[in-house]
Design a protein around this ligand. Structure first.
Ligand SMILES: Nc1ncnc2c1ncn2[C@@H]1O[C@H](COP(=O)(O)OP(=O)(O)OP(=O)(O)O)[C@@H](O)[C@H]1O
Ligand SMILES: [Mg+2]
Length: 464
């Protein structure tokens, strides 16, 4: 299965113009976000006009500012005569022209794309650093549905930070800004080695921004893309750290509500950092809950059934489901439910039975499959009661022991097949693959059924 484009892969051209997209590809019209069919995370289609863009015009920033600086620079460097520059400027300024000065300079071989790109980065960086006092913007790290994230140097402390900047077009939306500040405040209350540390939330001009720990490395999503499947032991290590981070957040009264591979970052030494508490909400914040009631926030591939239903009380179980869907994706190479559109995916989260992960990847241990299936139970009461219990099970499974909380799933139909005879095809998937001292319910039930069967045969024989 191929993944649909991830939200944020195509930043809006209007996104953070001053800080803009120094190394981002030419902006394209934005596609609707899967799963965010309403709410502030979905810009309307008419907000998605592509910026004028040519060979060298790679930003949504005002090209005229860049072109003015560019003209001065190349003139000073003696790369172009004043006449040549004037000619290009006139042509670029013509009404019918859809080319910028940069395009013309490249077209006439007066500059290469590379030189242009380097200048553009310098330009954007110097412009940006004026916009956020105390920080020097270095490059763009990525963009999500809500904002763009930049790498920056915090000048006074000489440290690298990541700055999430809210696009200007959202600044008018008070609700959205409130959510943005809420993320900052929520994250600031959390302090854990596996959670991206929040440093500051503030405003500069029209832009609201959130400064946080810079995580040098990649996201779990990047790793899945690179490796297709993550081996069980590596996945368990990632999950244990993520579950510990979640337990900490839950204990402080916060639910992340958007756990997904893109929000699990991995440092270069493979330490997990849970990022993006953008949808975080205090469990006691009933007013915010009321406002969001009935809206399906979150990302559809990893969203819990109760979030889809827009239930009022979204608790830790929702994060456990999100982590379960992430675990499934990591070890099978695909998401638990895929579909032709977000509502199809969401419908399946609600109704479709999960295909056991070891059907997609037979190398998985049954204990680990049981854990993933329990995380992904449709009914939240059937999931782990807490992320701490999940850690317990994951640690047991990592030591090749039976999980304590997750139990093998079995249905009587399969059981009937298993007792009907050795020649019949039996696929009792839930039976543990590893031998263990524990007696599984499947084993007990099959003994009971066999005894009953034998007793019936004996009684029938005696009656004859
Ligand atoms: N603290 C950080 N350090 C380094 N890179 C980061 C950091 N936070 C985010 N990023 C990068 O920026 C990208 C965009 O992050 P953002 O949280 O805005 O969106 P997302 O999580 O990818 O998607 P969505 O908006 O749907 O949650 C991430 O995918 C990641 O690559
Ligand atoms: Mg994120």
């Amino acid at each position: 299965m191929s993944l649909p484009p991830h939200p944020g892969d195509t930043p809006h051209p209007d996104d953070v113009p001053a800080l803009a997209d120094s190394d981002a590809p030419a902006p394209k019209p934005r596609k609707p976000e899967p799963g965010s069919t309403d709410g502030p995370l979905t810009p309307s289609a008419d907000e998605s006009q592509p910026a004028k863009s040519g060979s060298g015009s790679q930003t949504g920033a005002s090209t005229s500012g860049f072109d003015t600086m560019l003209g001065k620079k190349i003139l000073a460097a003696g790369l172009i005569t004043e006449d040549e520059l004037d000619q290009c400027r006139v042509e670029a300024g013509e009404e019918a022209s859809d080319r910028t000065l940069s395009d013309l300079l490249v077209e006439r071989h007066l500059m290469t794309d590379r030189q242009l790109e380097r200048l553009r980065k310098e330009f954007e960086a110097s412009k940006s650093s004026q916009k956020i006092p105390g920080y020097r913007i270095m490059k763009k790290l990525g963009a999500g549905a809500m904002a763009s994230v930049f790498l920056a140097e915090q000048k006074r402390l000489h440290r690298l930070v990541a700055i999430k900047v809210l696009p200007r077009r959202f600044s008018e939306d008070q609700n959205f800004i409130d959510r943005f500040y809420k993320e900052g405040r929520a994250a600031a209350k959390l302090n854990h080695p596996n959670i991206v540390q929040a440093y500051d939330v503030n405003q500069a001009g029209d832009h609201h921004y959130f400064v946080m720990e810079y995580v040098e490395g990649e996201t779990v999503y990047d790793r899945i893309q690179k490796r297709k499947r993550i081996p069980e032991d590596e996945a368990i290590t990632i999950l244990i750290q993520s579950a510990k981070a979640l337990h900490h957040a839950h204990e402080k009264g916060f639910v992340h509500r958007d756990i997904k591979p893109k929000n699990l970052m991995l440092t270069t030494s493979d330490q997990v950092k849970v990022a993006d508490l953008g949808l975080a909400r205090n469990l006691e914040d009933t007013e915010a809950a009321e406002q969001e009631k009935g809206r399906a926030y979150g990302t559809p591939f990893y969203i819990s059934p109760e979030q889809i239903r827009g239930e009022l009380t979204i608790g830790p179980a929702a994060d456990i489901y999100g982590l379960g869907a992430t675990a499934y994706h990591m070890v099978t190479g695909h998401v638990p439910f895929s579909g032709k559109n977000p509502s199809d995916v969401m419908r399946q989260h609600l109704k479709t039975e999960l295909k056991p992960p070891d059907q997609a990847n037979p190398a998985l241990s049954s204990g680990f499959c049981q854990v993933i299936e329990m995380m992904l139970a449709k009914n939240r009461a059937d999931r782990y009661v807490s992320a701490a219990d999940l850690v317990t099970d994951l640690e047991l499974v990592s030591r090749n022991e039976e999980p304590r909380f997750a139990k093998p799933k079995f249905d009587l139909g399969q059981l009937a097949v298993s007792v009907s005879g050795p020649n019949e095809p039996t696929e009792l998937r839930a039976a543990p693959k590893r031998s263990s001292g524990n007696t599984s319910p499947v084993f007990v039930a099959s003994i009971v059924l066999n005894v009953l069967l034998l007793a019936t045969i004996v009684v029938v024989a005696l009656l004859k």
